[in-house]
Ligand binder design. Structure first.
Ligand code: PLP
Length: 322
């Protein structure tokens, strides 16, 4: 078969009167297993898909932590992750934030890094985290396995919002966790089946299709983003540019404060003024509306897409010159 099949079944007949590998869709599905194998190969571990990136985060906490345990979370990581952890404080979870470019704090039970962080674009010190006795999770949503295979650098878990670059077209909400240890994957799979935080077969199928073009897409995202980061640096209307040198995500502060930043985000035609990142179509937005005071009010996050570079730059440059 040239194209992988999409199996939408929720039930499969028992084999000799007993449930086989696939029996009920809340546990596993062949289309999902195929996508998990493909992602697992890219990361060098065992992958499990979840209903969303946030669903994947929830599953990790519920599977591996208990009331009273503490997560050391990378400062400036995706704001929704800290919002989720705060929500789970009611259930006894604790978390502290730390500068992921240095040593994680003592006395924590899980280290949660983000490579690179969204929207501050810092990279974690993976070696320092691996020396710490606690297990290490890396949210590699923005790096993707094209630029980082964190399990090879001592991480225990890699997490993705597959909503972003892995599927890559702003048409799927999906999450993934890749485990180094098969026992952890088993535990996480059991938890997923019990809680039902599972993705749909359609989205798993779209993930598999996305992975087939991931590498070429990421190279093109990077080519465009490197050029745009360079042109933004030194632009009169820009105060500060954050870009780690790879991938499609960057952020910059617009000279002139919040009003000037708003003019930029509402002034592009080709680049969508919308949230999210990682799609073929470029998106940009000020982040203050979501993240409050933890981000500068003139910070614009830009997810550089796959459009022709000069068209993107003309669009952005025109908005910056308004
Ligand atoms: N991790 C990162 C780095 C993200 O940017 C996001 C969403 O923006 C998530 C996790 C959550 O993913 P989802 O929106 O698929 O639930």
């Amino acid at each position: 078969m040239t194209v992988p099949p999409l199996d939408r079944s929720t039930i499969w007949p028992y084999e000799d009167g007993e449930p086989g590998e696939y029996h009920y869709g809340r546990y596993r599905n062949p289309t999902q297993s195929a996508a998990e194998r493909a992602l697992g190969e890219l990361e060098g571990g065992e992958a499990l898909l979840f209903a969303s990136g946030a669903g994947a985060c929830t599953a990790v906490v519920l599977a591996f932590l208990q009331p009273g345990t503490t997560i050391a979370l990378a400062e400036g990581a995706y704001y929704g992750t800290s919002v989720l952890f705060r929500e789970l404080e009611t259930w006894g979870l604790r978390f502290v934030e730390f500068d992921q470019t240095g040593e994680p704090p003592d006395g924590v039970d899980l280290i949660w890094l983000e490579a690179p962080s969204n929207p501050f674009l810092t990279m974690p010190d993976l070696a320092a985290a691996a020396r710490h006795p606690a297990p290490v999770l890396v949210d590699a949503t923005a790096a993707t396995p094209v630029y980082l295979r964190a399990l090879e650098q001592g991480a225990d878990y890699v997490l993705h919002s597959a909503t972003k670059f892995l599927t890559g077209h702003h048409d799927v909400v999906l999450g993934a966790v890749v485990c180094r240890d098969p026992g952890d994957a088993q535990r996480l799979g059991d938890l997923r089946g019990r809680t039902g935080i599972i993705g749909s077969p359609e989205n798993a199928w779209l993930l598999q299709r996305g992975l087939a073009t991931l590498e070429v897409r990421m190279r093109r995202h990077t080519e465009n983003a490197v050029a745009i980061a360079k042109r933004l640096t030194g632009h009169d209307a820009v105060e500060h540019v954050r870009y780690p040198g790879f991938g499609g995500l960057l952020s910059f502060d617009v000279a002139g404060g919040a009003d000037a930043a708003r003019k930029v985000e509402t002034g592009t035609l080709r680049i969508l003024n919308a949230t999210s990142l990682g799609g073929a179509r470029s998106t940009l937005e000020t982040r203050r509306r979501w993240e409050g005071e933890r981000v500068p009010d003139n910070l614009v996050r830009l997810s550089v897409g796959l459009e022709p570079l000069e068209e993107l730059w003309d669009d952005l440059n025109r908005a910056l010159s308004r």
